[in-house]
Design a binder for this molecule. Structure first.
Ligand SMILES: C[S@@+](CC[C@H](N)C(=O)[O-])C[C@H]1O[C@@H](n2cnc3c(N)ncnc32)[C@H](O)[C@@H]1O
Length: 254
């Protein structure tokens, strides 16, 4: 289990967001940092990351008795927030293609009091979800879409498993276009995050150098809204957080 950072293999040593083997390398990267992933999130976000996830749950506007898929669930932080949310969902599934991350999600879930509808976990690739069409009321992804080998293909599959009227919720870093906000945030993102990430993960994994690179080539919030509308979602809206570096999009399947 990935509680200790492993030495990076050549495959994990460098990830280019345009690499045709990006998926396999991303999985290897998360396998290597799984044991320190939650700590890294807390440190690098200044303790704010759980508040962003709570905001995503709030923006989902749960109706009670719904089925929820949290894709790219990683160590299960958003999955567990959905599972303990009110009004309570009927079923929550977390899916991820990195077994080391899922094992931590399962351990955290076992340690919780069974006061909630405990989520189930599925080892699944977000580009080929093993679920029937229209099987969830809500599909969420936190910090996962940016890692997809093919972002549009991933978004299409997430929408495929949504029921008509269901909501897709995306919590993701977003490129900052405005020069003022970019100047304000770029030292943290481009220098502090890779440095602190490397120290805290105690490894030479490239995860936290890959982060600013992958954000730079990801569509900005307005572009992502357009893409979601192009894929058939309606009422797409978003909110930016954390000095405009993080965005939450919500759209409804027509
Ligand atoms: C940055 S972590 C986010 C984890 C979690 N959602 C959170 O909020 O902390 C990204 C996760 O996406 C997963 N992932 C990336 N690409 C994936 C894919 N194609 N299918 C399934 N999981 C994927 C990785 O294994 C990793 O656990």
């Amino acid at each position: 289990m990935g509680t200790k950072s492993q030495a990076p293999s050549p495959a994990a040593a460098e990830i280019d967001p345009a690499d045709p083997h990006k998926g396999a390398k991303v999985r290897e990267m998360f396998a290597g940092i799984a044991g320190r992933y939650d700590l890294l999130n807390r440190v690098l976000s200044g303790g704010r990351d759980q508040a962003w996830r709570r905001r995503a749950v709030k923006m989902t506007a749960l109706r009670g008795g719904e089925t929820i898929l949290d894709c790219c669930c990683g160590t299960g932080d958003l999955t567990l927030l959905f599972a303990s949310a009110e009004p309570a969902p009927a079923r929550v599934v977390g899916a991820d293609f990195t077994p080391e991350m899922l094992r931590i999600a399962q351990k955290k879930t076992r340690e919780l009091a069974a006061a909630m509808k405990l989520p189930a976990y599925s080892a699944a690739d977000g580009l080929r979800l093993p679920f029937a069409d229209a099987s969830f009321d809500v599909v969420s992804v936190a910090f996962g879409v940016r890692n997809f080998q093919d972002v549009n293909a991933g978004l299409k599959d997430l929408i495929r498993v949504l029921r008509p009227g269901g909501r897709l919720v995306i919590l993701e870093f977003t490129p900052v276009r405005n020069w003022f906000w970019r100047a304000l945030t770029s030292v943290h993102l481009n220098h502090m995050v890779p440095l602190i990430g490397q120290i805290v993960s105690r490894s030479r994994h490239q995860a936290y150098r890959y982060l600013p690179k992958s954000i730079g080539v990801f569509p900005d919030a307005e572009e992502l809204k357009g893409r979601l509308e192009g894929l058939g979602l309606r009422e797409v809206h978003y909110r930016k957080l954390n000095l405009r570096t993080v965005a939450i999009h919500v759209g409804t399947k027509g």
